[in-house]
Design a protein around this ligand. Structure first.
Ligand code: GLU
Length: 525
């Protein structure tokens, strides 16, 4: 048996979108599952629309998702593989050779129809509501004299494939099963334009042969191209690869997913918005394939072990932004706190005053640990932790904090002042940006559940809790009421980590100052 060889063949005419990434991934996974090779081929024959920028974006997108190729364009080194070049524009001689052979054998012919004639033909077919819209074979059987006359007029020919007429072609698709297509539906398609630049279906077949491709997985919009390609393989006396045409990705309404649908981004945009790449990878894998009935979260290796093309669904998969975000949260929570700090670092750094991050490593770890359960995207970090770094002592309240604060407004000044005195008399760690490494080094947050047994050199959240509860009991304040104005004063929001972690992270001076500032502002109302 020949070794399995699969390829992803993007046209560098735009960014890598979800559909392209999924096609790449399924080819990659099948190549890995079968122990074969995965090849990256760049179909850059549309010179008007192909750009180097798009190419770089596609390469970066694949790398970000961890889809690596065995053969293809160089990434910071020599191109890999012995079947290159892997850019179609560098393979023009090969196409020329094959086209000459096909013209000589009669499978291809020169067509001198002008763009004007072709446009008229199309209008006329549309006007009479013809079931067939396409080329009418006008130049199929030109005599040498007729050809010479056209050449003499200065007309330059396209080269078309001579489709077998009225033949039922049986296609075996790995996803759709056996399908029959009558060639009457398909016209004599253009293989090469004047100037020697090939068109997609032709170049694709020459390259699939040249690169020894055994399986082709691609979007179902290419299904009829597959029929054309199969006939060209036949004309060249070659065995076609096995085709698998995967269904479209759909939007929530069941229509074809478009980049205008909510939450639909290109792969690198997801990167730039702080989506973890493992989560995006995992989510894309599920757009048409399932790992198991009861598990949606799996690793790359698990996917490769389990992947079978026959288990890709026939129905289109719906893009579900909520599920993608849920998946992101699952991955964030899987990381150790240290891993999460590493991932969050680039997001947090701009939110912190310059140069402070390195000196406050342990504090940062505690901050990140408090939010690991609460974020899905890394980009949420700066906003979520903004209250910690706020310069204002009297924080603006968000709507939730305002509402909850107002419920207890009549007691707020008294409670906050009293509590500020309690904290002032406590052994809270110093406030950032003072050095609090001893405190943060000894206390692991979030700490209510698993505080270390060793004593911290300061009040840890458990000690803060004991002092807080003693205070509220002594004053007869319901704890469930007390937390609202206190949280509002300390963070400006009604959400976030446990209250004692909040107090611990803020440190003494800041916590006390914020409580008093709000108490003063209420008193002044
Ligand atoms: N360049 C084609 C595309 O991007 C490749 C299709 C194929 O895989 O054959 O759609």
């Amino acid at each position: 048996m020949t070794a399995p060889r699969l390829r992803f063949a993007p046209s560098p005419t735009g960014p890598l979108h979800l559909g392209g990434a999924r096609t790449a991934m399924y080819n990659w996974a099948l190549a890995r599952a079968l122990g074969g090779k995965f090849i990256l081929r760049i179909e850059d024959t549309d010179q008007q629309r192909s750009t180097d920028e798009s190419l770089q974006i596609i390469l970066e997108g694949l790398q970000w998702l961890g889809i690596d190729w065995d053969e293809g364009p160089a990434v910071g080194g020599e191109p890999r593989g012995e079947h290159g070049p892997y850019f179609q524009m560098q393979r023009l001689d090969l196409y020329r050779e094959v086209i000459d052979q096909l013209v000589a054998s009669g499978h291809a012919y020169l067509c001198y129809c002008t763009p004007e004639r072709l446009a008229e033909l199309r209008e006329e077919q549309k006007a009479r509501k013809s079931s067939f819209i396409g080329y009418d074979g006008h130049c199929r059987d030109l005599t040498p004299e007729e050809r010479a006359a056209r050449e003499a007029e200065g007309l330059v020919p396209n080269i078309r494939f001579r489709m077998p007429e009225d033949r039922v072609v049986k296609v075996h698709d790995l996803i759709r099963g056996e399908v029959e297509v009558n060639t009457k539906q398909l016209d004599d398609w253009v293989m090469m334009r004047p100037g020697g630049v090939p068109l997609y279906n032709f170049a694709c077949v020459v390259d699939d042969i040249g690169m020894g491709i055994t399986h082709v997985v691609r979007g179902e919009e290419h299904f009829l191209n597959g029929v054309k390609q199969q006939l060209l393989f036949e004309a060249l006396g070659k065995e076609p690869p096995q085709y698998a045409h995967i269904p479209l990705i759909l939007n929530q309404k069941g229509g074809k997913l478009s980049k205008r649908d909510p939450g639909v981004k290109s792969v690198l945009e997801y990167r730039d918005l702080g989506y973890p790449p493992e989560a995006v990878f995992n989510y894309i894998a599920l757009l048409g394939w399932g790992f198991s009935a009861d598990r949606d979260v799996f690793t790359r290796d698990e996917m490769v072990d389990a992947f079978k093309i026959a288990s890709v669904g026939k129905a289109g998969a719906k893009f579900d932004l909520e599920k993608l975000h849920w998946m992101c949260g699952e991955y964030v929570r899987q990381w150790s706190v240290e891993q999460c700090v590493e991932r969050a670092r680039a997001w947090l750094e701009p939110a912190m005053p310059a140069g402070t991050m390195a000196q406050h490593g342990a504090w940062l770890r505690n901050i990140v640990a408090c939010y690991q359960e609460r974020v899905q995207l890394l980009s949420e970090f700066p906003d979520k932790v903004g209250w910690l770094f706020a310069k204002d002592v009297r924080l603006e309240f968000d709507a939730g904090a305002e509402k909850k604060f107002n419920k207890h407004k009549e007691h707020a000044a008294e409670w906050l002042r009293g509590y500020a005195d309690v904290l002032e008399a406590s052994d809270l760690p110093p406030s950032w940006p003072e050095d609090r490494s001893a405190a943060d080094g000894a206390v692991l947050l979030p700490s209510q559940k698993d505080a270390p047994a060793t004593a911290a050199p300061c009040d840890d959240p458990a000690a803060i809790e004991a002092k807080t509860r003693a205070f509220t009991e002594e004053r007869g304040i319901k704890f469930g009421h007390f937390v609202h104005p206190v949280r509002a004063a300390l963070t400006g929001t009604d959400r976030g980590p446990g209250l004692f972690d909040v107090v611990f992270l803020l440190g003494k001076a800041t916590a006390v100052a914020r409580l008093r500032a709000v108490a003063d502002s209420v008193a002044a109302d």
